[in-house]
Design a protein around this ligand. Structure first.
Ligand code: SF4
Ligand code: SF4
Length: 386
C-alpha cells in the first residue's frame, strides 16, 4: 500500500510548520530512516517565477526554512534550487523570499546549467531528457511543490513540480512537440518515468506546501491564493497528487497527468489502495478549490488532437493593455513564435501559431494575459461530457 501523510498547519510560523512537517515524516518512517546520516540532499522548491510568497505560487520561505532545519539534524550536505522558466534562480529566490532563508541557513544554491541525460525506454513522446545534473547527483531529493490548480494540466502538485528538472527556457519547446494537453501529459509522464528510473535505490520524498495554495487559473498570477492549512507528504508523487485532488474537492478525471501516471503504473492512484495517515480527509470536508476556468473534458482533450480545430473551439491569450508593461517575457517563452513584440508596442498574438500552452500567462509578471471567451463552437462541443 502506498502511504500519504497529512498534517494540518494554520499559518507560516516556523515552529508550527516544523512540527507539522515532522509529524508527516514520522508517519513515513521518520527523518532518521528517510535521510541517512551525512547523505547528500537536494531540496527542489517550486520557484516558478519572481512572485511574492503571499501569492501562493511558489514554495513559502518559512516552509523552506522548516525543512532545511529538519534536514540539518541529519546532514550538512544540502543543496537547494529550481529551474525557473525565464528568470535566473537567484533573482526568483530574492523575490519569493527564499534567498534570505538560504543565506541565513548557509545553504548553497545550484546553478542548473550542467546537464546530463536520463532515459525512459518505454516513453511515448520523449525517450531522453537533458536535465540538471546536480538534481540527480544526490542521495535524497526532497520535492517541495505547492497545492495549485493549473489552466493547462488542471492541477500542479508533486508530479508536475518535477518539470523543474528541465533547464530554464527549454521547457517551452516541450509544448511544441507535445502540443495538445493530453500529449503534454504523456510527455510529463515520460519525464517522470525517467526520473523514477534515475532515482532507483535513492529517496524521492514529496512534501507539499498547501498552507496557502492557489485556486482558479493557476499556476501563476492569474490564480488566487487559497488558505488550505494543509501539508501532505509521500514517497509516491502519484498518490500524493491523487489524495490532494480529493482534499481540494476537484474532479480526479480531469487531472490527466495523474490518470496517465496511474495507467502507466508509475504510482498508486486508486484511493482505496492508498493509506492516509495523520489528519483524515474529513478534516478538510469544507475545503473547495475553484477549478481553472473553461477546463476541457476527456472527450474534449481527445478532440483537440485535431490541430485546425483549436481556433474554432478554444479560447486564446488576450493581452490586457491596462496591465501590460511591455517586458517581453511572454514573447521570450513562446516556443511557437505565436507572440511577437515591436519596440515600445504591446505584444501581438498570431492565433494560428498559438498552441494554447499558456506558458505566456504563466510567466507574465503582471497577470496581463487573460483568456478570451471560448468560441461558440467550443462552448457546444467541449462542454463536460464525463
Ligand atoms: S503581457 Fe505580460 S509578459 Fe507580455 S509584455 Fe505584457 S507584461 Fe510582459
Ligand atoms: S502565445 Fe502563449 S499560449 Fe500561445 S503558444 Fe505562445 S506561449 Fe503558448
Amino acid at each position: 500500500m502506498s502511504k500519504v501523510a497529512i498534517a494540518k498547519c494554520q499559518q507560516y510560523e516556523l515552529e508550527q510548520v516544523k512540527t507539522a512537517i515532522k509529524n508527516t515524516l514520522d508517519h513515513l518512517g521518520g527523518l532518521n530512516q528517510l535521510i541517512p546520516q551525512n547523505a547528500k540532499v537536494f531540496i527542489k522548491i517550486n520557484g516558478l517565477g519572481p512572485f511574492s510568497p503571499s501569492m501562493g505560487i511558489t514554495t513559502h520561505p518559512v516552509f523552506v526554512q522548516a525543512i532545511i532545519q529538519l534536514v540539518k539534524t541529519r546532514t550538512a550536505n544540502i543543496l537547494i534550487g529550481d529551474n525557473p522558466a525565464t528568470k535566473e534562480i537567484h533573482h526568483v529566490m530574492k523575490k519569493n523570499g527564499v534567498y534570505d532563508v538560504v543565506v541565513q541557513e548557509q545553504i548553497p544554491i545550484f546553478n542548473g546549467k550542467t546537464l546530463t541525460t536520463i532515459h525512459n525506454p518505454s516513453a511515448k513522446i520523449y525517450k531522453t531528457f537533458e536535465v540538471s545534473q546536480e538534481m540527480l547527483d544526490t542521495d535524497v531529493l526532497i520535492n517541495l511543490p505547492k497545492l495549485k490548480t493549473h489552466s493547462l494540466t488542471y492541477v500542479t502538485i508533486a508530479q508536475k513540480n518535477l518539470f523543474g528538472f528541465i533547464y530554464g527556457l527549454s521547457k517551452g519547446g516541450w509544448h511544441v512537440k507535445a502540443s495538445n494537453p493530453l500529449q503534454f501529459g504523456e510527455a510529463l509522464n515520460d519525464l517522470y518515468g525517467a526520473i523514477l528510473h534515475a532515482f532507483k535505490g535513492k529517496t524521492l520524498l514529496h512534501l507539499c506546501d498547501g498552507i496557502i495554495g492557489l485556486e482558479g487559473d493557476g499556476p501563476s498570477s492569474a490564480g488566487h491564493p487559497k488558505q488550505a492549512e494543509v501539508i501532505l507528504a509521500s514517497l509516491d508523487a502519484v498518490s500524493l497528487d491523487r489524495v490532494a485532488i480529493e482534499l481540494m474537492h476537484l474532479n480526479p478525471e480531469k487531472a490527466f497527468v495523474n490518470t496517465i501516471a496511474q495507467e502507466r503504473g508509475y504510482g498508486e492512484g486508486h484511493l482505496k489502495n492508498i493509506t492516509i495517515v495523520g489528519e483524515p480527509l474529513s478534516t478538510f470536508q469544507d475545503l473547495h478549490f475553484v477549478p481553472p476556468g473553461n477546463t476541457v473534458s476527456q472527450f474534449g482533450l481527445k478532440l483537440l488532437k485535431i490541430k485546425p480545430l483549436r481556433n474554432f473551439v478554444l479560447e486564446h491569450p488576450k493581452i490586457d493593455h491596462s496591465l501590460c508593461i511591455k517586458c517581453g517575457e511572454c514573447v521570450r517563452i513562446c516556443s511557437s513564435k505565436a507572440m511577437t513584440i515591436k519596440a515600445r508596442k504591446f505584444p501581438e498574438l498570431k492565433k494560428n501559431l498559438c498552441i494554447r500552452c499558456w506558458c505566456c500567462a504563466e510567466v507574465c509578471p503582471q497577470n496581463a494575459i487573460k483568456k478570451s471567451k471560448r468560441p461558440l463552437v467550443g462552448r457546444i462541443v467541449l462542454k463536460d461530457r464525463m
